[in-house]
Design a protein around this ligand. Sequence first.
Ligand code: ADP
Length: 500
Amino acid sequence: MNKHAPDVEDWSAKAAALQIDDRPFIDGERVEPLTDQRFDALSADDGHLIASLPDCGEADVDRAVAAARAAFQRGVWSDQSPTERGRVLRRFADLIDRDGETLALLDTMQMGMPIAQSTGAAPGAAEIVRAAADIADKAPDLLIPSAASAIALQIRRPQGVVAAITPWNYPVHVGLGRIAPALAAGNSVILKPSEIAPLALLHLTALASEAGLPDGVLNALPGRGSVTGKLLALHADVDCLAFTGSTATGLMLMHYASQSNMKALQLECGGKSPQLVFDDGGDIDALADALVQGFVHNSGQICVAGSRILVADALYDRLMAALIARVSALTTGRALDPTTMLGPLASTVQRERVARMLAKVGDGTALVARGTTQGGGPNEIAPHLFEAHDPAASLVQEEIFGPVATVQRFRDAEEAVRLANGTRYGLSATVWCGDFALSHRIVRQLRAGFVTVNAIARPQPADEGPMAGEPFGMSGTGAFGGIAGMQAYTRLQAATFHLA
Ligand code: ADP
């Protein structure tokens, strides 16, 4: 047989052959939804109807919450030793590896990430779970020094029932980023994946059961944010919301928590992340390549996308010319074509949203480069680069979530920091600088939870070790990643035992 690397035809055939199971996963099994409401899941690539999915309503949500609560109370997971939890999570990770291609293909079909990138990123998904398994025992109780007549115990307990409400931009990775640490800490979890790309996560939830996760510990409900998400966020028996998504939705979740039962909140919201380039930031061509990747990767649909490029006066003109050349040469393509580097946006709604933002040009920004679209799908949008003269311009201030960046000039480090910190967001920042003393000083002045120096910011900084970041400003609240990120799914209890 003539073996060749899979081409677009092969991937399309594999996509067509996928068995789609869109049922909720509750108490260890796929169940028929109790709702009769449905919503359409469309292919990001060509707009065809993939499936009409259940829009889980109150009865489904109650059932999932009851299963999660019962599992928590039984202690089948919450009272397990962290070592045992780690063992199950590692088996879960192995199954994610086993099904990596299916998960990647489902994500590509649903949200348009080019197949080369989704399959390339597949091993990283299992690593997120292994990283959580490794730190399952890093939320220890502490014996606190006290009077001899007492024992003071600082106990760490799981939060209880966690609802994880997750986005479409990296469905599997971000979904696991929220559920894996919550599980490692001993919680029961109900996952509500984005309505735009829920299928890979529904598949993945069933893998956790296959790995030996006790029934009811991880449940998943397909449904729209305004329906299933809202019901979970308002539910009186959910203890914690773990969210990644837009700032607007994060604010709504705060509101729902305050309207219901004061849920603990882990909210990772929008960003408008700067990339600061100092005049000793390195070779112009290498810098330009990295800066462009920093904002076009995943078609800009990354919360840490470096969409505001801030450049030192001394290299502004040369770097701008190199950026213009690269952005002008970019073309989009079909998601299932393995040669595509830039895919479509996840949905027509998102494409229209980005197009509306682009229409705001003129308020202190000027278009300097535009790529092309060539795949012909309904959600493609060309990369755009703007020069920004007004730091208050909407293209500088508002998160776009598309392959769009602005370039601004700075005269000195003070101005660079002022511009970098000049939005309501504070998620991530990238600094390109050859002077360690300067970059160290700059980093400590940046309002950003995740900072990368001299490399492209990655969506999962857990790769670099057990570090956590906390978003500033309206990029959210809570700790994400590493040990502190896992501990955020626990709550402290102070217990004093008087002995006499
Ligand atoms: P994004 O556009 O990045 O997906 P959203 O904030 O719209 O960001 O969506 C992130 C997640 O939040 C999705 O799972 C979505 O269904 C959910 N969501 C949206 N609106 C609400 C809401 N009102 N209540 C609860 N969840 C919501």
